[in-house]
Design a protein around this ligand. Structure first.
Ligand code: HEC
Ligand code: HEC
Length: 264
């Protein structure tokens, strides 16, 4: 009896040891860098815990005062991904987000940290969800070269903005005031508003044309902003990008590009 007890205890102890080792064994791979969760933990406790919380569930001390709320890492749902909607992000997606910060939110840019430190943080962020041990991220979206930004492309983009119902959330003029805008909530039930697309090309997941193309094709998971990869062809996604750019440029000049009425 006695020996059995001792051996069960040993098993429990080993299991405990193993589980803490596995979460610490979480790694990230960004180019030639390998990040380690153990090092990431110390950095996290110093820089991230106040917002994202000790358990990574987004309930840090500052969270009650923040809108949008800090991300809950235990769900492994991320806005900025190059992978399909519903998939885990790539390590490089998390690395880019941590480096860039998230525009129009409290999430700062962590570029002042070294690349190794940011890679370690990616590994630690991943250790909050077992999904990173159980699943593989989907294939990264291929971004074809952008066609020239012509008036024709922007006009076709305007038509798509209409027919794909972007306006229902973003508003006819892209000002973030569509008929559905005030009723939207994120996956945690918090109200969320579409950005004013006329105010400039500052987006959460990057400001480049390529970033906007990717956002349209992969969606911002956990938000009402869907993926359009099944609905539009790559050339059409570029037309939308060109149209959104025009919205901003023309808002500055007080012009509005309209879709041409059908049959004229
Ligand atoms: C001052 C508060 C604050 C601090 C400090 C902070 N974050 Fe954030 N973080 C946020 C908020 C708020 C969001 C959600 C932004 C949004 O949803 O638009 C976020 C989102 C994120 C995301 C998810 C982005 C996505 O694609 O969904 C990651 C990853 C992240 N933070 C990592 C970190 C790491 C690592 C640190 C520490 C080095 C850190 N954050 C420190 C507030 C903070
Ligand atoms: C059901 C409502 C809804 C529809 C339909 C919708 N969006 Fe969005 N979109 C949103 C919301 C909400 C956000 C903000 C997400 C956030 O703040 O995290 C957003 C964000 C964006 C962004 C900024 C992405 C970033 O990185 O910050 C762009 C660009 C955009 N939408 C373009 C479009 C286009 C173009 C269409 C149509 C093809 C469209 N959206 C359709 C709700 C919608």
């Amino acid at each position: 009896m006695r020996t059995k007890n001792i051996s069960t205890n040993c098993v429990v102890l080993l299991a405990l040891l193993f589980s803490s080792v596995t979460s610490f064994a979480q790694q990230s791979h960004i180019g030639k860098l390998t990040g380690n969760a153990k090092q990431g933990k110390a950095l996290y406790r110093r820089y991230c815990i106040f917002c994202h919380g000790p358990y990574g569930d987004g309930t840090g001390e500052n969270a009650p005062y923040m809108d949008p709320k800090p991300r809950d890492f235990t769900k492994a749902t991320f806005k900025c991904r190059s992978t399909p909607s519903g998939s885990l992000p790539l390590d490089s997606d998390l690395y880019d987000t941590i480096s860039r910060g998230v525009h129009s939110s409290g999430m700062p840019s962590w570029r002042p940290l070294t690349r190794q430190q940011r890679a370690d943080l990616v590994a630690y962020v991943k250790s909050f969800s077992s999904r990173f041990e159980e699943e593989k991220p989907g294939a990264a979206l291929e971004i074809p070269p952008a066609p020239p930004n012509s008036a024709e492309s922007a006009k076709h983009g305007a038509e798509l903005f209409e027919s794909m119902n972007c306006w229902s959330c973003h508003g006819k003029e892209g000002r973030g005031n569509g008929p559905n805008a005030r009723t939207l909530t994120d996956s945690k039930g918090y109200p969320i508003v579409p950005p004013d697309l006329t105010s400039g090309m500052h987006f959460k997941c990057g400001d480049s044309d390529q970033a906007m193309f990717r956002d349209l094709m992969t969606g911002l998971d956990g938000t009402p902003m869907p993926s359009f990869s099944d609905a539009v062809k790559p050339a059409e996604a570029w037309d939308l990008v060109h149209y959104v750019e025009t919205l901003h440029l023309n808002a500055k000049k007080g012009i509005l590009v309209k879709a041409e009425p059908k049959g004229e």
